[in-house]
Write a protein that binds this ligand. Structure first.
Ligand code: NAP
Length: 329
C-alpha cells in the first residue's frame, strides 16, 4: 500500500511517497481504510527534535485519523467492517500513523465518527479534543457556572476547549491576538474576549472578574503565559497546562492554594495505560458534535497526503487559523 514516510528528522520536512507492507490485523485492533488526518504541533516537535517518543525512521506520521473500518481483529465487538470511525491511535513511538491507505489501530482508542461531520472535519478533532476534555473535565473538574479562562481560543486545542466549556455551561473568557480571531472566538461561544497583545493579566482579571480571578485557567501556551495563568487564577483555583517543560516560580500557587495539573495526552499511546478513556472521550465528544455543540474550525488551505511537507510548514508558519487537515486522494 502507499504511504507518506518521513525519511529524516530535522528542520526540513523530508517526506516521500513509498510502498509499505499492509499491516497485519492483531487481536483488539481494527484495520482502518484511512480517509483523512490532521497536523498537530507535536508532529512538528517529533520531526524536528526527535524526542524519545518520536516514531522510528522511516516513519508513517499522522496521529489523528478518520476512516472506515476494513476489518476487525479477534475480540473486537464495538466495531464491524464498514463502520466510520475517528480517533488518535498512532503516528507516535511504535504505533503506525495515518498518512497511508490502511492504518492498524487499537480499538479502545476509537469511537464512531459523528455522521454530521465530514471525514476531514472528524480528523481535525481527536488529539485536540482529548486534550481539552482531559484538561477541563478529568483534571479541573469544571462545573456549570464556573468562570474559566482558556488561552488561545482560536488554536487547535483552545477552540475545542471553548466549545466544550460552553457546552458544560461555564462562563468562558479567552485570549486571542487579533480582532478577526476575536470574532471567531465569539462565534464559538466565548463570553469574553481578551486581546493578549493589548491587555495584560492584571487588567483583564480586574475587568472580567472584579479582581477575584478565574476558577480555572486552561493554559495551552506555556512559558511566560503560564506565569500569567497563575496570576489569573482565583483563590483555590486550578491551572491546567499542556506545556510545562519549563522553570517557574511557584510562590503564587502557594499564596493562593492553587492546584496545577498537567495534561500529556500521548501517555496512553506510549505506555498502553488508560487507552479506554480516550475512546470514551471520543464517544462523548461525538455526541456533542452530533447535536452541533462541537464543530472543528478548519484552516483555509486543504491538503492531500502527498502534500504533508507543505501542510506541516503551513502549521509551522503560524498563518493557519483552525486545524490543518489532509485528505487521501
Ligand atoms: N501536553 C499535551 O497533551 C498536548 C496536547 C495538545 C497540544 N499540546 C501543546 O499545546 C500547544 C497548543 O497546541 P494547539 O494544537 O492548540 O496549537 P495551535 O493550533 O498551533 O494553536 C496555538 C495557538 O496559540 C496562540 N498563541 C500563541 N501565543 C499566545 C499567547 N502568548 N497567548 C495566547 N495565545 C497564544 C496562537 O494564536 P496567536 O499567535 O494568534 O495568538 C495559536 O492560536 C502546543 O505547544 C502543543 O504542542 C500539548
Amino acid at each position: 500500500m502507499k504511504a507518506q514516510i518521513l525519511r529524516s528528522y530535522g528542520a526540513k520536512p523530508d517526506f516521500a511517497a513509498a510502498d509499505v507492507p499492509m499491516p497485519e490485523l492483531k487481536p483488539g485492533h481494527v484495520l482502518i481504510r484511512v480517509a483523512a488526518t490532521s497536523v498537530n504541533p507535536v508532529d512538528i516537535k517529533m520531526r524536528t527534535l526527535a524526542p524519545p517518543f518520536a516514531p522510528k525512521l522511516p516513519a508513517v506520521m499522522g496521529m489523528d485519523v478518520a476512516g472506515v473500518v476494513e476489518a476487525v481483529g479477534e475480540g473486537v465487538t464495538a466495531f464491524k467492517s464498514g463502520d466510520e470511525v475517528f480517533g488518535c491511535p498512532g503516528g507516535i513511538a511504535d504505533l503506525p500513523g495515518a498518512l497511508t491507505e490502511y492504518m492498524l489501530a487499537d480499538a479502545r482508542l476509537l469511537a464512531p465518527k459523528p455522521a454530521r461531520l465530514s471525514m476531514a472535519e472528524a480528523a481535525a478533532l481527536p488529539l485536540v479534543t482529548i486534550t481539552a476534555w482531559e484538561a477541563l473535565f478529568d483534571r479541573a473538574r469544571l462545573k456549570p457556572g464556573q468562570h474559566a479562562l482558556i488561552h488561545a481560543g482560536t488554536g487547535g486545542v483552545g477552540h475545542v476547549a471553548v466549545q466544550l466549556a460552553k457546552a458544560h455551561c461555564a462562563r468562558v473568557a479567552t485570549t486571542v491576538s487579533s480582532p478577526d480571531k476575536a470574532k471567531l472566538a465569539a462565534s464559538l461561544g466565548a463570553d469574553d474576549i481578551i486581546n493578549y497583545r493589548e491587555e495584560g493579566v492584571d487588567s483583564y482579571v480586574a475587568r472580567l472578574t472584579a479582581g477575584r480571578g478565574f476558577d480555572m485557567v486552561f493554559d495551552t501556551v506555556g512559558g511566560a503565559t503560564l506565569d500569567a495563568s497563575f496570576q489569573a487564577a482565583a483563590l483555590y483555583g486550578t491551572v491546567v497546562s499542556t506545556n510545562t517543560r519549563s522553570s517557574h516560580d511557584l510562590s503564587q500557587l502557594h499564596a493562593k492554594g492553587l492546584t496545577l495539573s498537567v495534561v500529556f495526552m500521548l501517555l496512553p499511546l506510549v505506555t498502553g495505560q488508560g487507552r479506554e478513556r480516550h475512546g470514551e472521550i471520543m464517544a462523548l465528544a461525538a455526541a456533542l458534535a452530533e447535536v452541533g455543540e462541537l464543530r472543528p474550525v478548519l484552516a483555509e488551505r486543504r491538503f492531500h497526503f502527498e502534500e504533508i511537507a507543505k501542510a506541516q510548514q503551513y502549521l509551522e508558519s503560524g498563518k493557519a487559523v483552525g486545524k490543518v487537515v489532509l485528505e487521501i486522494r
